[in-house]
Design a protein around this ligand. Structure first.
Ligand code: PLP
Length: 421
């Protein structure tokens, strides 16, 4: 008798984005004349074409594969040396952060990495996440058996939810000593969904906390490219490895999805330092770097050659300029949305170091109610905050991943709907 992984049966109904898609499809079916007018600012998917240097590199790589003399078969499971070197140098060493080439592990994106990394850790680790949170962290841990049942009001038994609220500026801090310390802490900065960026002092507190409690921080920097060196936040870390001691207690996730527009191409990477350890139940320390290497070499044959060459091209001088232009495009969208929403009378956060603007719903609505209101009356799709956790209730997220014309139209419609000048 084949047994099923019963942890999957704990998953609460409907992942957020399928539910949004269902409501949008339902609206489109009942209002076919308005279907073409719908503007999607819900899911965080890029809209602009790939950087030309990445396209060229992928085309050239494909041509190499078409020629017997340059053909390549299986590559290294953890990524080609030249790509790992370009990343370690481009994203870390050139910024004064010590990361070795073989501490970079190429993957098909960080959504998978955030869950796959659990394979090398024991079951039963207590997980901490912010609330609201990027839902994939939670669901991966449910599937892996690190939680109890779904709770009636949202969330899962056994997860430590750290409220990110207006009171703390949507930035989570270390729990006080009355709280049993979590073993694994997911931190996302720049943050999805709130668009906030964690300051250095808080990040230092987290590293200290993790070291004291022998916990591991999973630092998700999928939106690192959106981090702007502006006054006041110049000291906010782009990488957790800027913080002293982080090499002993952190893994970092990075993605080319939002920097190089690779959401469809699929490429990201983890940084796992050689100093990082976890413990056996008997308390013996075990280095995780060999385990993660083994995991990749056993469970994967790595990312496709052409895609890796495309990612590598993002580190050339031309590639960097093209990435910067893409990011500037989305960040100008974020500014227009942030100011437009504020002008329509909404309270807003984020959108300065992240392609997301986090808004309070107007009085009289809850998150899903306002989602439906915007969809029906402005034909604009957003993401209801409640979909990211209990503390997201009362808020919604607008994604800046769109064309300029669409973003300007969204602002016009919001202002018209909400009755502000
Ligand atoms: N982490 C966060 C916080 C995200 O918002 C996303 C995608 O939206 C990802 C990771 C996944 O990125 P990838 O496309 O690399 O899987």
């Amino acid at each position: 008798m084949a047994l099923v992984n019963e942890h999957y049966l704990k998953l609460a109904a409907g992942y957020l984005f399928p539910e949004i898609a269902r409501r949008v499809a339902e609206f489109g079916a009942s209002h076919p004349e308005q279907r073409a007018e719908i503007i999607r600012c819900g899911i965080g998917d890029v809209t602009e074409p790939l950087p030309p240097s990445a396209v060229r590199a992928m085309q050239e790589a494909t041509s190499e594969l078409a020629d017997r003399s340059t053909f390549k078969g299986y590559g290294p499971g953890t990524g080609y040396d030249s790509v790992r070197a370009a990343i370690a140098e481009g994203d870390f060493r050139s910024r004064g952060i010590a990361v070795a080439d073989d501490e970079i592990f190429l993957s098909d994106g960080s959504k998978g990495d955030c869950g796959n990394i659990l394979e090398i850790l024991g079951t039963g680790n207590r997980i901490a996440v912010s609330d609201p949170v990027y839902p994939a962290y939670v669901d991966a841990n449910v599937m892996f058996g690190n939680t109890g049942a779904a709770l009636a009001g949202g969330g899962y038994e056994g997860i430590l939810y750290l409220p990110a609220t207006e009171a703390n500026g949507f930035l989570v801090d270390v729990p006080d000593s009355s709280v049993a310390p979590p073993d694994i802490i997911y931190l996302c900065s720049p943050n999805n969904p709130t668009g906030t960026v964690m300051d250095r002092t808080r990040a230092e507190r987290w590293v200290e906390y993790a070291r004291v409690h022998r916990s591991i921080i999973f630092w998700d920097a999928a939106y690192e490219a959106y981090h702007r060196d502006l006054p006041g936040v110049a000291s906010a870390p782009r990488s957790i490895f800027e913080i002293a001691g982080a090499r002993e207690c952190a893994v970092e996730f990075r993605s080319f999805s939002k920097s190089g527009g690779f959401t469809g191409v699929r490429c990201g990477y983890t940084v796992l330092p050689k100093e990082l350890i976890a413990y056996t139940r008997a308390g013996q320390p075990v280095a995780l770097h060999p385990l993660w290497t083994r995991r990749w070499n056993t469970r994967s044959n790595g990312v496709s050659y052409a895609v890796q060459r495309g990612a590598e091209a993002l580190y050339t001088a031309e590639g960097k300029r093209e990435v910067a232009a893409l990011v500037d495009h989305y960040m100008e969208n974020a500014r227009i949305l942030r100011e437009g929403c504020a002008g329509a009378g909404l309270r807003t956060w984020g959108g300065v170091h992240a392609p997301y603007v986090w808004c309070r719903v107007p009085d009289g609505f809850d998150s899903w109610g306002f989602f439906d209101h915007l969809l029906r009356n402005a034909r604009v799709v957003t993401t209801p905050g409640a979909g990211f956790g209990r503390c997201g209730e009362g808020y919604f997220r607008i994604s800046a991943f769109n064309s300029r014309a669409n973003v300007e139209e969204v602002v016009r419609r919001m202002r018209a709907l909400l009755g502000q000048a």
